[in-house]
Design a protein around this ligand. Sequence first.
Ligand SMILES: Cc1cc2nc3c(=O)[nH]c(=O)nc-3n(C[C@H](O)[C@H](O)[C@H](O)COP(=O)(O)OP(=O)(O)OC[C@H]3O[C@@H](n4cnc5c(N)ncnc54)[C@H](O)[C@@H]3O)c2cc1C
Length: 265
Amino acid sequence: MKIVVGIKQVPETTNVKINEKTKNIDRRGLGGVINSYDLHALQAALMIRDQVGGEVITLSMGPDDFAVSLQETLALGADKAVLLSDRAFAGADTLATAYVLGEAIKKIGDVDLVMVGQQSVDADTGQVGPIIAEMLNVPQVTYADKIEAFEDHLVIDRKLENVEQTITAKLPILLTATDKANNPKYKNVVEIAKSFDKPIITWHASDLNLDEQRVGQAGSPTIVRSISEPKKVAKKNHRLSDDPVTAARELVDILKQKNILTEDK
Ligand SMILES: Cc1cc2nc3c(=O)[nH]c(=O)nc-3n(C[C@H](O)[C@H](O)[C@H](O)COP(=O)(O)OP(=O)(O)OC[C@H]3O[C@@H](n4cnc5c(N)ncnc54)[C@H](O)[C@@H]3O)c2cc1C
């Protein structure tokens, strides 16, 4: 089975600064890590490959330093990696991001399964996976918790707020993985050493069959107008009296005020 896993590098810290002019994350000087949900998507892909055979290709769109994260995916067991890097891709929203990723998946060719995380932990939209599925015209199952692979189909468990589903789905398909999908494994020294012999291929805009009006800022119909942190409101604390009897009376009064305790008739 040929599996492509979307890997987004996100800032290592939650203490990110927003560029006031562009309203984008100022990534300068921020360390990067693989989006945590993508590690679950990768682990699911590796387990499927080990079970039914095939290859796992990791794919990322971003600046050249995203190669570090792709190198890590090779050390975790992926077979090869593709980095989509070009100044023309800068300023992409979810639609323009998914378009470029979708065209790269078409170029990879004969892909049976596309796996992405359920959402990124920085922009957080959860839109990229479903848009890629639309672009590739393949079915999608979001929030995959458990995936069992067979030669030509998958059995997927997904848990939503009020319903649990088990779905049988034919390939090719796109899945978005939750953090319940598995426990991502740790890298070991042997795999790290082997990873340097595996290829990271870089594709620029000219390597793909792209409509330039659909990439980067030009291809992004959404613009972040303003961005701010929600105001933090301090919780009110009530200190009870040191005398236990008085404290008990105060507590009963508070619980009555909140209608947690009612008066006996
Ligand atoms: C309205 C809007 C405007 C934006 N404008 C800009 C901008 O001008 N400049 C800018 O730098 N950023 C911009 N962004 C952020 C950038 O477009 C998003 O980070 C990107 O589109 C991915 O969206 P997301 O992080 O919400 O992904 P989600 O949909 O939450 O990600 C789901 C999964 O998709 C996969 N995925 C997502 N992104 C990638 C990727 N790049 N490579 C590989 N796999 C991926 C991962 O597996 C991830 O777990 C904007 C975002 C929005 C919502």
